[in-house]
Design a protein around this ligand. Structure first.
Ligand SMILES: *[C@@H]1O[C@H](CO)[C@@H](O)[C@H](O)[C@H]1NC(C)=O
Ligand SMILES: *[C@@H]1O[C@H](CO)[C@@H](O)[C@H](O)[C@H]1NC(C)=O
Ligand SMILES: *[C@@H]1O[C@H](CO)[C@@H](O)[C@H](O)[C@H]1NC(C)=O
Ligand SMILES: *[C@@H]1O[C@H](CO)[C@@H](O)[C@H](O)[C@H]1NC(C)=O
Length: 497
């Protein structure tokens, strides 16, 4: 071979090799790009720990493997009772139920009161007939406001087929949330630099057996019906323990039988710390669709003490003070994961699919999304049929809790042909809600109440769902962008969650 040919071949070989390498590298990078998860969304998302994030491999397997949706062999359930424990993410859950009830025309057990704090009426005044409206359509489907759990009262109202659901949160994180939300540092007159640390050193010094949502001694167990006297009795026995002395057998026996009873009576105990996993379990229990469990985070604050690392010796003090809740939580967190484990790979993959779609929907429905133009089409997967997310659906996702309550109240009165409380006030004349209502709806006497509880945008969306307005009208309304959902203050209004 002559030298120039040899040189030429060598150069050609090198060029081909370089081209191959460059192509391979760029293909690989492109692949990395496309497999990247959706970028951060500008919504207040509380950090929820992912236990085992899906590996890229698993992601790909379930994406290409089974795209076809196979509907479950069951019909959607409509009857449930939520025992809405305080400061556990229950408000977000209640909003999921509100939306389901609203869209499916269900009958919710509604407080008779119409003041902003009405959500706490059953909790404070008892679940008694004078406190709730007679049912719409002659039956009740859902009980979702704060109550103290009482099995027989629930069954009497809803019937035997109702599913019982509650939600629990890791006790220390629960305490931090209470501290922040109810401003316990001030209520307990804790003046130090680190009020939570100061409190944990001797909780009994500050919390003298407060009741209700502000109580720090096993508040979740109290919401679930553990009598106050039993809790006090346990508290006294715990206080007499010397350091290192084991918990008395009778105390443990009382706790265990309480936990066993709740375990037997509840159909689902959700765990705040594993919110999305819990929702997928809820979806399966109720035989609902994926779109039914989508949510827009409510009442999630970032506050200083959230990230505080409490030293172990103070955690021990808290365990002693809050002993029933620790046992309760640990039992249900354990059984939750046992169940998740039994449900296997399909459950895990379904949860990942839900998280993924949930992010897409949040992103689409975020106010920042310019005018939420167009609809988002969610593609079919093994766990969901294809569906669209419209502007109106986004609005429902973000409805305020009081707005849902007022609209449901209005429906209840209408369905029973009861006159709505016609507030003949000046307010009516100035309310754009009432102006719209009077033009479109025959009987408008609730409009003042509704205009206090719903933004105009929410009300327009309601009229669309009630078929009083067309999509065209509702999406071109000039008012639509003037009121963007609600502010946090609105949720704070009645101090509940
Ligand atoms: C669905 O369930 C019903 C009642 O349990 C049963 O009769 C039917 O065969 C089931 N269908 C399928 C496709 O599994
Ligand atoms: C709600 O249900 C009742 C009774 O089932 C029915 O009469 C009414 O028309 C329904 N309303 C809507 C808006 O679907
Ligand atoms: C259960 O119902 C009874 C009778 O209406 C009532 O007196 C009691 O307060 C209720 N219990 C709870 C925990 O709501
Ligand atoms: C809940 O249980 C899981 C599985 O046993 C465990 O890994 C996790 O640490 C527990 N979570 C909390 C907050 O205790």
């Amino acid at each position: 071979m002559r030298p120039p040919v040899c040189l030429f071949k060598a150069i050609l070989g090198l060029a081909v090799f370089t081209a191959v390498v460059i192509t391979a590298v760029s293909l690989f990078t492109a692949r990395l790009e496309t497999s990247r998860r959706p970028v951060a969304v500008q919504v207040q998302l509380r950090e929820i720990p992912t236990v085992r994030p899906p590996s890229r491999e698993q992601q790909r397997v379930f994406e290409k493997d089974t795209i076809k949706f196979s509907p479950p062999n069951c019909t959607a359930r409509t009857k449930l009772a939520l025992t809405k424990t305080h400061k556990t993410g229950g408000t977000t859950l209640m909003q999921i139920f509100h939306r389901f009830a609203y869209l499916h025309n269900l009958s919710v057990v509604l407080p008779t009161a119409t003041h902003p704090g009405r959500m706490n009426l059953f909790y404070l005044k008892g679940l008694t007939p004078q406190n709730y409206l007679p049912p719409q359509h002659g039956r009740y489907d859902m009980l979702i406001y704060h109550t103290k759990y009482h099995k027989d009262n629930y069954t009497k109202l809803l019937g035997k087929e109702a599913k019982f659901i509650t939600i629990l949160r890791e006790p220390l994180s629960h305490l931090k949330s209470q501290f922040n939300f109810f401003n316990l540092a001030e209520k307990f007159k804790l003046t130090g630099q680190q009020p939570l640390f100061q409190f944990l050193q001797n909780p009994g010094l500050y919390d003298h057996g407060r009741t209700g949502s502000h109580g720090t001694r096993s508040p979740m167990s109290k919401d679930l019906g553990m009598p106050r006297t039993t809790l006090e009795d346990i508290g006294k026995k715990m206080e007499t323990l010397k350091p290192g002395e084991p918990v008395k057998a009778e105390v443990l026996a009382t706790i265990h039988s309480f936990v066993a009873r709740i375990s037997k009576e509840m159909d689902l105990v959700m765990i705040t710390d594993y919110y999305d996993e819990s929702l997928v379990m809820l979806k399966r229990l109720m035989c609902w669709e994926l779109r039914d469990i989508l949510y827009f985070k409510m009442l999630s604050f970032s506050y200083e003490s959230k990230g505080d690392n409490i030293p172990p010796w103070l955690v021990e003090k808290h365990r002693k003070w809050d002993i029933v809740d620790y046992h309760l939580y640990e039992h249900f967190n354990r059984t939750f994961w046992q169940k998740a484990y039994q449900l296997g790979e399909d459950f895990r993959a379904e949860t990942d699919n839900f998280k993924d779609i949930h992010l897409q929907v949040l992103k689409h429905c975020t106010v920042d999304n310019p005018r939420n133009k167009g609809v988002l089409v969610i593609s079919e997967s093994r766990w969901n049929p294809s569906f669209t997310v419209t502007y109106e659906f986004c609005t429902l996702l973000k409805y305020g809790q009081l707005c849902y309550m007022s609209l449901l109240y209005d429906r209840n009165l209408r369905s029973r042909r009861k006159p709505n409380p016609g507030l003949k006030s000046k307010l009516k004349e100035h309310s754009p809600h009432c102006a719209l209502c009077e033009r479109l709806v025959p009987d408008c006497t609730m409009c003042v109440k509704i205009s206090q509880d719903c933004t105009l945008n929410e009300y327009i969306t309601h009229l669309f769902f009630e078929k009083q307005l067309s999509h065209f009208d509702s999406s071109l309304s000039k008012n639509r962008r003037t009121i963007n959902g609600q502010s946090q203050e609105e949720f704070n209004a009645d101090g509940s969650s």
